[in-house]
Write a protein that binds this ligand. Structure first.
Ligand SMILES: NC(=O)c1ccc[n+]([C@@H]2O[C@H](COP(=O)([O-])OP(=O)(O)OC[C@H]3O[C@@H](n4cnc5c(N)ncnc54)[C@H](O)[C@@H]3O)[C@@H](O)[C@H]2O)c1
Length: 268
């Protein structure tokens, strides 16, 4: 039995990286999926590759609440034409945002908040009444380990992703009674187009991987595995969770490798 058989899903930021891998896995697991993105070429390309029976591409700039409302309404019409309903919403679209607070352009700050945080609010605002009427659903919000702690020089991103995690927890509390589960995925460093510029720098990659227990970046497919689990009925008792999938990046205290440091001192 496919894990998402007879489920109908919307994935935002679905034309690339973690979102595209999620769409592929959802389809493999039996779901019908709306691919929502602003990258029309990549979104349509993915839809063409997977076939119109299983997926549909809808252009949606998640920074625009009216476009989110139209996305959910149009998706729901397609699902209803198959005697279905919106069961799964994956709020995955996201952009980076660097800078220390005094240097951050307020326009960039607002843009990061709109795409990374406000879009989650708006999509849930339109999706929850549909799921409530259908006696349940699953919402997965792609946050980040950058929402669990601070990073140097990423003020807007850290703030937005922290907001996504706590918004997810609050919605889990409010809508558990409606049968709606809400979880946040917190990826670590994942090899996607978002990080491609950094990943091609060997020195940077070595330094990033050195702090990861598994010693390497994650893949979009590994994130899609977690999202698929959270979306499925296998996760029927999982809600309000910030699920960390970071190869062990946040498992340590942040202190230096003390045995290695001590060894060096003894050897000097
Ligand atoms: N790659 C990582 O290391 C990493 C780590 C932690 C969290 N994340 C989060 O994972 C999510 C997916 O990132 P990714 O690494 O797959 O990046 P990606 O750049 O490969 O994919 C992001 C997708 O979002 C789309 N998008 C951007 N702005 C949009 C908008 N306004 N409306 C609709 N779609 C929009 C892009 O077109 C793209 O298809 C993001 O929320 C990101 O913050 C990524």
């Amino acid at each position: 039995m496919p894990r998402l058989g007879e489920k109908h899903a919307i994935v935002t930021g679905a034309a690339s990286g973690i979102g595209a891998a999620t769409v592929r896995q959802f389809v493999d697991e039996g779901a019908r999926v709306v691919i929502a993105d602003v990258n029309d070429d990549a979104g349509r390309g993915l839809a063409d590759a997977l076939g119109s029976e299983l997926v549909r591409y809808i252009h949606c700039d998640v920074a625009n609440p009216a476009e989110i409302e139209a996305l959910i309404a149009e998706s729901q019409r397609w699902f209803e034409s198959m005697s279905g309903v919106l069961n799964v919403l994956v709020n995955n679209a996201g952009i980076g945002g660097g800078g220390e607070v005094p240097d951050v352009d307020p326009a960039l700050w607002s843009r990061v908040m709109d795409v990374d945080l406000n879009a989650v609010f708006h999509a849930c605002r339109f999706a929850i009444p549909i799921m409530r009427a259908a006696d349940g659903g699953s919402i997965v919000n792609t946050a980040s380990i950058s929402g669990l702690g601070g990073d140097w020089g990423m003020a807007s991103y850290n703030a937005a992703k922290a907001g996504v995690i706590n918004l997810s927890r609050t919605m889990a509390l409010d809508h558990g009674k409606d049968g709606i589960r809400v979880n946040a995925l917190c990826p670590g460093y994942i090899d996607t187009p978002l990080t491609a510029g950094l990943g091609s720098d060997v020195a940077f990659l070595e330094k990033m991987s050195a702090g990861v227990a598994l010693g390497r970046p994650g893949t979009p497919e590994e994130m899609a595995q977690v999202i698929t689990f959270l979306a499925s009925d296998e996760a029927s008792y999982v809600t309000g969770a910030a699920v960390v999938a970071d190869g062990g990046r946040t498992a340590h205290t942040g202190q230096p490798n003390m045995p290695a440091v001590a060894q060096r001192l003894w050897n000097d």
